[in-house]
Design a protein around this ligand. Structure first.
Ligand code: ZN
Length: 164
C-alpha cells in the first residue's frame, strides 16, 4: 500500500463532478486500499477520490468505535455511493483533510440510506444515522464538488479556525 498526496482547497479537482465507474477492477481496489491507508495516517474518518486528485466516484470511510454513542467501528470502501433516502436533521462540527485549520457547524440529515457497490462489485445498502450518516454525506458531497463550507450559511458564526 502507499500513502497518497491529499489535494488541498482550492484545487479545481475538488470542485468537479466526479464520474461514475462501471465497475471496480484490481486497479480500483488497489486505489481504495491506498486511499484507506492515506486516511488512517492523516488521520481522518473519510476520504473521497477527488481529494487524492482522481475525479471518480469512490470513497473510503473509517469510523472508530464509540461506546458512549453506541457506535461500532465501521470500515467502508464504496464505489458509486448514492443517497437514496434522507430524513431528520442534525447539526455538528466538521472539518476536512483538504481544508486543514478550519472547522464549522454543518446541518445534515440525521439518517441516510446509501446505495453503492463494494470492491467485489457486490451491491450494498447502508442505513446509517448520527455520526456515520454525517461522514457519508460529507464524503458523497465531495463527489459532486461540494465542500462542507458550502453548506454553512453564516460563516462568521459557524466557521472557525482550529489549532493544528
Ligand atoms: Zn472532506
Amino acid at each position: 500500500m502507499a500513502i497518497l498526496n491529499i489535494v488541498m482547497d482550492p484545487d479545481p479537482v475538488l470542485r468537479k463532478k466526479a464520474v461514475k465507474l462501471r465497475k471496480a477492477d484490481a486497479g480500483i481496489a488497489k486505489l481504495a486500499d491506498d486511499m484507506f491507508e492515506t486516511m488512517m495516517v492523516a488521520p481522518g474518518v473519510g476520504l473521497a477520490a477527488p481529494q487524492i486528485g482522481k475525479s471518480i466516484r469512490l470513497v473510503v470511510i473509517h469510523v472508530p468505535e464509540d461506546e458512549e454513542d453506541g457506535q461500532e467501528e465501521v470500515n467502508l470502501k464504496l464505489l458509486n455511493p448514492e443517497i437514496i433516502k434522507a430524513s431528520g436533521e442534525q447539526v455538528g462540527a466538521e472539518g476536512c483533510l483538504s481544508m486543514p485549520g478550519i472547522a464549522g457547524n454543518v446541518t445534515r440529515a440525521w439518517s441516510v440510506t446509501v446505495k453503492a457497490t463494494d470492491m467485489e462489485n457486490k451491491p450494498l445498502r447502508i442505513k446509517a444515522d448520527g455520526y456515520l450518516a454525517v461522514v457519508l454525506q460529507h464524503e458523497i458531497d465531495h463527489l459532486d464538488g461540494i465542500m462542507f463550507t458550502d453548506r454553512i450559511e453564516d460563516k462568521k458564526k459557524d466557521l472557525w479556525v482550529v489549532e493544528e
